[in-house]
Design a protein around this ligand. Structure first.
Ligand SMILES: Cc1cc2nc3c(=O)[nH]c(=O)nc-3n(C[C@H](O)[C@H](O)[C@H](O)COP(=O)(O)OP(=O)(O)OC[C@H]3O[C@@H](n4cnc5c(N)ncnc54)[C@H](O)[C@@H]3O)c2cc1C
Length: 206
């Protein structure tokens, strides 16, 4: 009977990365997948002669030179075959809501300007809200990263924000910042920083 060092259940992106790295390091790995395609939410399938669709993924972050995705691909010698197209930084998405629409830029500063043009009285609340989103994102990243003393000293303050908003729903935070309902609709659709739990959309994974 074949012996394995690792048995991986499911072939989502995280499993495939682990399996590929472990196998490259010399381990014997078996990946089991229930679906007909490998890749989980990241799999691509063909419909008709030429149309290819991806199950879920539409943007991938951190894939520039030297960033995390690029480092992993380099390690697996895949960086030349798996390539990425940079999305239009002036508007990688367009949100259309009855009565108004906005192109979503890569830069938060530009986003604030565009929201301020649409909703002049909301400039300050939007700014402080986005500052909080950035702070929680840095805090979450810090919690999930290996402990590095200098980084904790520099950025530890952001983990306090994660703790402070651990149980807050998105609506709690919108209310705290007194954001207009139309701005709420736009902001709620923007980021994957918002996490769905049984009690609704939350501000952090808790
Ligand atoms: C609508 C939507 C849009 C998204 N957009 C983005 C985006 O733009 N950018 C981004 O970075 N992320 C995006 N994500 C998130 C991203 O798709 C996921 O975080 C990522 O693909 C999850 O990977 P995973 O390794 O957790 O495994 P999954 O993709 O969850 O895959 C799990 C696999 O395990 C298999 N499996 C489960 N149970 C068993 C079992 N018992 N036996 C065998 N096989 C099993 C499943 O069939 C599946 O193939 C999006 C997610 C959704 C839902």
């Amino acid at each position: 009977m074949m012996q394995y060092d690792y048995l991986v259940v499911g072939s989502g992106l995280s499993s495939l990365v682990f399996a590929a790295l472990a196998s490259q390091a010399g381990a014997k790995v078996m990946v089991l997948e229930a679906h007909e395609y490998a890749g989980g939410y990241g799999h691509t399938f063909q419909m008709g002669k030429s149309a290819k669709f991806n199950a879920q993924l539409h943007y991938v972050w951190n894939c520039g030179e030297g960033e995390t995705v690029n480092q992993v691909l380099k390690k697996l010698d895949l960086d030349q075959s798996v390539t990425f197209e940079r999305l239009d930084s002036d508007g990688f998405d367009r949100m259309v809501i009855p009565g108004y629409s906005i192109k979503i830029p890569s830069s938060n500063f530009e986003l604030i300007d565009r929201l301020a043009d649409l909703f002049p009285d909301q400039c300050e609340p939007v700014k402080t809200f986005l500052r909080l989103v950035d702070s929680v994102a840095v805090g979450l990243d810090l919690i999930g990263s290996p402990l590095i003393a200098s980084r904790i000293l520099r950025q530890g303050i952001h983990t306090l924000k994660v703790a402070q908003y651990r149980n807050a729903t998105l609506q709690n935070v919108f209310d705290e910042y007194r954001l207009d309902k139309r701005v709420q609709t736009l902001l709620a659709s923007l980021w994957l920083i918002f996490y769905y739990r049984q009690t609704g959309f939350h501000f952090s994974p808790g």
